[in-house]
Design a protein around this ligand. Structure first.
Ligand SMILES: [Zn+2]
Ligand SMILES: [Zn+2]
Length: 149
């Protein structure tokens, strides 16, 4: 994922009619670098590791709600029922292929070789989103794949 300059992220917020605030910019920056949807905990972790340090949890939740409300980010639920967040622009790139959701660790893996099919729809229907999701156990969690556990 390319690193988006702060100006670009601020412009995205303005275009979405959302006030540009430091926490919003920081959460957007973390999401824009993510290659898979992130949970609250993963977002908190990455913010803590960044130069400016962590954001309190209430602020993080509010920021995520506002980003989802203005459609800059999307909220999905993984195989364990945990919310995960990703940018809509990133999601568009991921919409071209399938994803594997591990039901034990909650990990999401891109299945880039598995291209999403073009939806064949009846007349008058408009596809907005196609998601191909495979659920099961990842290599680390599967007992048959020689996983460490
Ligand atoms: Zn797993
Ligand atoms: Zn993907």
């Amino acid at each position: 994922m390319p690193e988006f300059p702060a100006d670009f992220l601020a412009a995205q917020l303005r275009a979405a009619a959302v006030k540009v605030t430091r926490p919003r910019l920081r959460v957007l920056a973390v999401l824009s670098r993510a290659t898979a949807p992130l949970t609250h905990a993963e977002l908190e972790e990455r913010l803590v590791l960044s130069a400016e340090g962590g954001i309190d949890r209430v602020t993080l939740y509010r920021v995520l709600d506002s980003l989802v409300d203005c459609a800059l980010a999307r909220r999905t639920v993984d195989g364990r029922g945990v919310y995960r967040f990703l940018l809509s622009s990133v999601q568009a790139a991921h919409a071209a292929h399938a994803h594997f959701h591990c039901q034990r660790c909650g990990g999401v893996t891109c299945l880039e070789q598995m291209a999403a099919p073009v939806a064949a729809l009846p007349a008058g229907f408009v596809a907005r989103q196609v998601e191909i999701e495979v659920r099961g156990l990842c290599a680390g969690c599967s007992p048959t794949a020689g996983g460490a556990r």
